[in-house]
Design a binder for this molecule. Structure first.
Ligand code: ADP
Ligand code: MG
Length: 620
């Protein structure tokens, strides 16, 4: 191997930028180097959220004595010689800047041994290089990075707490395990094994990251079409996740977040996913390198396709065929016209769109369900079966073109509502109201003088529970109700980090929740007012805020999620209340007809006699 220093003109063709800003990006660069070096075994160790220590050990080709100092030079790479090579990038790294930039902001040591050479090591202290010295070690390379950003306090300040950094590193490592099922990875966090894979295939890799249970809930995909292949696993029709952190796409072996593919998948799931649910998938899309531009951004998290529309059509048709066809067919032919690509997908203006007639037929082989469907009640509680829509549905009418439509933001609505509360609210004296009956098992009718009141018993009850709960939270005297059977919540690394920060708050809200090992939590008591709470639903909601509401104060989020949980625990419209229950409800409402339920729907509506008489044209 020979490390070349890129000439300026080649380098200028590569967009410059920061490679390293967080511990996980260091891990990413170093593991990519190990993979590029042909390693079959890679160990990743971190301490203190990666800020104290990151060590990557591989059994790859190693770096020779003379090349060792070159590895530290900016724009020095053994993977690219000239601009022509840029067109055919097959390695993960190619910029030759990772080692140099990491070395400049840490204390780094590279110990390496090639098969035929001796082991040598070289250290760097914030970019100050030492001497190459003979050392001892096995074939391969050990890169140790300590005290990350010790000399750039400003950047150090932007780091998150250890659990969050660990969460992001773990997500990164999980992707490597999934994307390189042939490599054996071991990942240690503060001395404890977090993930271990054995390099024995994708199914095992999936189990290593998500637990063996994942295989029951996923469908295998293996499709190909003129040089394009789509392989991997997708969650079945009844399996969804509360946020996007369970979606992994690898294009030509590289983890990417790509809007075209993500949208195609989201739209294929269209009817199967409820609002604020996201698909689970681990998919590998392989395309000819000529139609792919990986050189979009220095952190290489996105790629550009020469023909977005074709990619969209392929992914959409394969994923929806597997989902819609219950994935039973062993041989299945999907024509391009089956995918309604001609509709609302916004394509970049510059992309050339092929005429429909040229669109090739696609054979999609061996899409079959690995294990039979599991619709047992235990599963159903978390992942409700959704209506299966007929073939002729128009997905694009249901979905916003870019993203799946988000459900209304309760948080924003509540805020608006609370602000509006202060502005002149009408109060009525309950004792002066006379109860006139109920309508549709939902609305209670009251009369007072020339006014009629319709009260939505469901909204009223929600409101009551919500107010009681909020008051109890403020006063910190929430009553907890122990559960007969504790609830276990399993999370991924990012969710784990997010919830870990919320434990104290959840405790204040009346939940008895504690860590339960292996990124899971045990809930053994809930707020007494919410004793019928659907915990699956509640935690789905909380976790769905992970990405969108990070900036907002956590306590507000949780109170808000409690509000919607309150709504679900409240009397459902359609259930009849006894007269004494109605009276109790009204008494608790204290006649406050200006109130709205936590969703912002009105609790009570007033109609005057005049308005009613107008309806009957008694007056004009
Ligand atoms: P790039 O990966 O873009 O080439 P880096 O700065 O990450 O740039 O690495 C510089 C060079 O150091 C690589 O091209 C490679 O030759 C060598 N190198 C780095 N890490 C390893 C490793 N783990 N095993 C073998 N060679 C390595
Ligand atoms: Mg590299």
């Amino acid at each position: 191997m020979k490390i070349n220093v890129l000439s300026a003109d080649v380098y200028n063709k590569i967009a410059a930028g920061e490679v390293v800003d967080r511990p996980y990006s260091v891990v990413k660069e170093l593991v990519e180097n190990a993979i590029d070096a042909g390693a079959t075994e890679i160990a990743i160790e971190t301490e203190g959220g990666g800020k104290q220590l990151i060590r990557i050990t591989d059994n790859g080709g190693g770096i020779g004595k003379d090349d060792l100092p070159r590895a530290f030079l900016p724009h020095a790479t053994s993977k690219l010689k000239n601009a022509v090579d840029l067109e055919h990038i097959v390695t993960l790294g190619f910029r030759g800047e990772a080692i140099a930039s990491i070395a400049s902001v840490s204390r780094m040591k590279i110990l390496s041994k090639t098969e035929n050479g001796k082991a040598y090591s070289l250290t760097s202290d914030g970019g100050e290089m030492g001497e190459v010295t003979e050392d001892a070690g096995a074939n391969g390379t050990v890169v140790t990075v300590s005290d990350l950003f010790f000399n750039t306090p400003a950047r150090r300040k932007f780091l998150k707490n250890d659990a969050q950094e660990d969460g992001d590193i773990a997500a990164m490592v999980a992707r490597f395990i999934l994307s390189r099922p042939e490599i054996a990875f071991t990942y240690y966090v503060d001395g404890r094994v977090k993930y271990r894979s054995f390099g024995d295939g994708l199914k095992a890799a999936l189990a290593a990251v998500y637990g063996a249970g994942i295989l029951e809930n996923t469908l295998e995909i293996s499709a190909e079409k003129h040089g394009l292949t789509l392989k991997g696993y997708i969650g079945n029709q009844n399996f969804s996740k509360p946020n996007r952190s369970y979606a992994s796409l690898f294009v030509n072996g590289r983890y990417v977040v790509n809007q075209t593919v993500a949208t195609a998948i989201a739209n294929a799931y269209g009817a199967y996913l409820m609002k604020r649910q996201y698909p689970f998938y681990v998919l590998f899309l392989d395309v000819p390198s000529e139609i792919l531009d990986v050189n979009v951004h220095p952190n290489k998290a996105d790629v550009r396709f020469a023909d977005n529309r074709m990619i969209y059509g392929c992914v959409y048709s394969v994923v929806s065929a597997v989902l819609d066809g219950s994935a039973r067919a062993l041989e299945y032919t999907v024509t391009e016209s089956a995918a309604p690509v001609q509709t609302a997908i916004p394509l970049p203006k510059s992309v050339e769109v092929k005429p429909q007639s040229q669109a090739p037929k696609m054979t999609y082989v061996e899409a079959r369900q690995e294990l039979e469907f599991d619709l047992s009640p235990a599963k159903e509680s978390g992942f409700k079966p959704r209506a299966i829509v007929s073939e002729g549905r128009n997905v694009f009418e249901v979905n916003a073109p870019k993203e799946q439509k988000e459900e209304k933001d309760f948080f924003a609505e509540n805020k608006k509502y609370l602000e509006s509360l202060e502005k002149g609210r009408e109060k009525i004296d309950v004792s002066t109201l006379s109860y006139k009956g109920e309508l549709f098992h939902t609305y209670l009718i009251y009369e007072k003088g020339d006014d009629a009141y319709f009260i939505d018993q469901h909204a009223a009850h929600e409101r009551l529970i919500y107010d009681r709960l909020r008051a109890a939270v403020e006063k910190r005297n929430v009553v907890s109700q122990p559960m007969l059977c504790p609830y276990i919540l399993s999370t991924n690394a990012q969710e784990y980090a997010f919830l870990l920060q919320s434990l104290k708050l959840l405790g204040e809200l009346g939940f008895d929740i504690e860590e339960f090992g292996g990124a899971s939590f045990k809930v053994s008591a809930v707020p007494a007012d919410l004793k019928n709470i659907n915990l699956d639903g509640f935690f789905q909601e909380v976790l769905s805020s992970m990405e969108t509401l990070r900036a907002i104060r956590l306590s507000d989020i949780l109170k808000d999620k409690l509000a919607s949980a309150a709504c679900k625990a409240a009397v459902k419209g359609g259930e009849t209340l006894t007269e004494s229950e109605v009276r109790a409800l009204m008494a608790q409402m204290d006649g406050d007809v200006g109130l709205k339920c936590p969703h912002g729907r009105p609790v009570a509506v007033k109609m005057t006699k005049r308005e009613i008489e107008k309806l009957f044209k008694r007056i004009v």
